[in-house]
Ligand binder design. Sequence first.
Ligand code: S3P
Length: 177
Amino acid sequence: MTDTASRHLVLVGLMGAGKTTVGERCAATLRRPFVDTDDLVEARTGRTVAELFGEGEPTFRAAERDAVTDACASPAPLVIACGGGAVLDPDSRRRLRSAGFVVWLRAAPRVLAARVQADPVERPLLAREGRLATLTRLAETRAPAYEAAADVTVTTEGRNPDEVAAAVLEELDRCAA
Ligand code: S3P
């Protein structure tokens, strides 16, 4: 049994997994504030994710680490959607795990590639090589980090955002029981 009521609900996973859309829906149902770490990075630095990446990925990752630290420190339980690479940092991973109930939203790279194609959000990592090739590579290299960060896994394939949100909240309830 986990004390899920006082912990943040944290969504992790690759770009296109639906963390923001699903997170907003979970937050509405739980009546909790919603925080997206990319938005927090932009609010804290006054720069866009693309601008920070323009200075080199380490600049963005440092800002992302600070955003995760801030979000985790909130005394009120939040729903936190993490940028896809946030869990690569071991300190962020530890922080998210100790302050939150962490759900890994999964889908096959070809499903993620189709979703990000239809999404207007600018994602610098996907501008470098083909979307599918990048997502396939990241799915392989990042799987251990998602695995290490997550309390549970929820598949998003063949489910709409409301169905995924319901599945996430079911997991939260199940772990609280
Ligand atoms: C990134 C994912 C993006 C954003 C940045 C880098 C990544 O967030 O943080 O472009 O490394 O996977 P989303 O996962 O919300 O698209």
